[in-house]
Design a protein around this ligand. Structure first.
Ligand code: KIV
Length: 286
């Protein structure tokens, strides 16, 4: 049997993350939920693409990530897969898809890998996920863990606040990060965590930390693409740096087009299709 090598030579695999951490090389991760944004992000050279359950806020307008379904992640994942050939592709496990039983979790994660083309899955939680992480790794499914602010626990946490501020909470975060590493996770998202705690975790873990609102010492930085390019509504958290205002660009384009249509300036002759001369002649007078 020949080992086919269909991937491009630059393709990012899980072991590349450890190698980058050892060399002190920073990596980046962005979300994508569709083919065009996946292509843009992949072609720009981002190392990891996350089909995040932030799709619930950004694309579906749910207001939080709780209603997101496995089918919604799968559908987005398939589109992203078609647009991304280089980046490591990570799929979020939505709320409810890993909360019922280990068997159901495995079944759902396998669907993301087999049907959706994910190369790893991400799930939220600390010590309560250790067994799950082990079982997923046993099934050859690489796992990105996620601690700190875990948006799927919004109702339990009572809002989106910085986590790990007390000595006990900070200690718990550090311990849980170590437990998840021990369980086999290949990386761990630290969301809304004080910089000092993220620094300790990054230093004490061999696996990569993926920071969002967790300061500059994390091995990898992750952001929601739509926040980065200004395609969201409402107040942004402090950690978001907006590099473009795509919402304004789109709004201006739509307004100009409307004005052109209503003022008789669109479409022009060049933007229309004309009949061949003989057909035109045959229809003369009409
Ligand atoms: O769903 C998501 O986009 C995430 C990142 C913000 C880490 O979980």
């Amino acid at each position: 049997m020949a080992y086919l090598q269909p991937d491009e030579p630059e393709k990012v695999y899980v072991p590349a993350l450890r190698a980058a951490k050892e060399k002190g090389k920073k990596l980046v991760c962005l979300t994508a939920y569709d083919y065009p944004t996946a292509r843009i992000v992949d072609e720009a050279g981002v190392e990891i693409i996350l089909v995040g359950d932030s799709i619930g806020n950004v694309i579906h307008g749910y207001g939080n990530t709780i209603p997101v379904t496995l089918e919604e992640i799968l559908s987005a994942l398939k589109a992203v897969k078609r647009g991304a050939s280089r980046a490591l592709l990570v799929a979020d496990m939505p709320y409810g898809s890993y909360h019922v039983s280990i068997e159901e979790t495995l079944h759902n994660a396998l669907r993301l890998m087999k049907d959706g083309g994910a190369e790893a899955v991400k799930l939220e939680g600390g010590r309560n996920r250790v067994e799950l992480v082990k079982r997923l790794i046993d099934a050859e499914i690489p796992v990105m863990a996620h601690i700190g602010l875990t948006p799927q626990s919004v109702h339990k946490l009572g809002g989106y606040r910085v986590q790990g501020k007390t000595k006990e909470a900070a200690q718990k975060l550090i311990e849980e990060a170590k437990m998840l590493e021990e369980a086999g996770a290949f990386s761990i998202v630290l969301e809304l965590v004080p910089t000092e705690i993220a620094k300790i975790i990054t230093k004490e873990l061999k696996i990569s930390t993926v920071g969002i609102g967790a300061g500059a010492s994390c091995d990898i930085q992750v952001l929601v693409l739509h926040d980065l390019v200004g395609m969201t509504f409402g107040r942004q958290p402090r950690f978001v740096r907006q590099y473009a205002n795509i919402r304004e660009v789109m709004s201006e384009a739509v307004t100009k087009w409307m004005e052109d249509v209503k003022g008789g300036n669109y479409p022009s002759e060049k933007e229309s299709y004309m009949l061949p001369e003989e057909t035109k002649a045959a229809l003369k007078g009409r």
